[in-house]
Design a binder for this molecule. Structure first.
Ligand code: SF4
Ligand code: SF4
Length: 175
């Protein structure tokens, strides 16, 4: 009996040692870029990007087959961070004044084409209902404008708020 216990203990220790050595020396190094991208994503594995969880989205981003706008819950902040980290563009010029989508509700027919196209889930509304843009989530890519059949969706300067309003720039003398 004692011999069996000793043999099993020695065997278990030897196998444990082997496993820890294998984990240390046979480890496949992870992709540091992928791990960094994973840290940026919300990590809720909601699947709204069309990939099986955030891990699948990371693989597609690193492989360059998914756009930085793939994650609706991350919104424009995450899209900009992903584009900067991956060295890609969002199709929105940095040197132009920011324009955001706005819907003329009197002409919206509720076709819902815009909501399906928006990469950041910034458009609110149900089929056959008037739609509206949640401007905090809009990054001004203009994709929704292209699909609106009534042209009631336009990119416009954002409505000033108490925190964004500023005096207009003075006109240049002689200009
Ligand atoms: S411009 Fe339109 S498609 Fe692009 S983020 Fe704004 S609402 Fe969405
Ligand atoms: S695409 Fe245009 S008409 Fe259709 S729901 Fe959006 S804003 Fe309304």
């Amino acid at each position: 009996m004692i011999v069996a216990v000793v043999v099993l203990t020695v065997l278990g220790s030897a196998l444990g040692l082997l496993l820890s050595l294998a984990a240390r020396y046979l480890q496949v190094p992870g992709n540091p870029l992928g791990e960094e991208i994973l840290q940026l994503l919300p990590g809720v594995n909601c699947g709204q990007c069309g990939y099986p969880g955030c891990g699948g989205a990371v693989e597609a981003l690193v492989a360059g087959i998914a756009p930085p706008t793939l994650c609706p819950p991350g919104g424009p902040t995450l899209a900009r961070a992903l584009a900067a980290r991956l060295g890609r563009t969002l199709g929105v010029a940095d040197d132009q004044p920011l324009l955001l989508a706005e819907i003329d509700e009197s002409r919206c027919i509720g076709c819902a084409h815009c909501g399906k196209r928006c990469p950041t889930d910034a458009i609110l509304g149900a089929p056959r209902q008037i739609h509206a843009v949640f401007q905090e989530a809009c990054m001004g890519c203009g994709l929704c404008v292209e699909v609106c059949p009534t042209e009631c969706l336009q990119l416009r300067p954002p409505t000033p708020t108490l925190s964004t309003w500023c005096w207009p720039k003075p006109a240049l003398a002689g200009g």
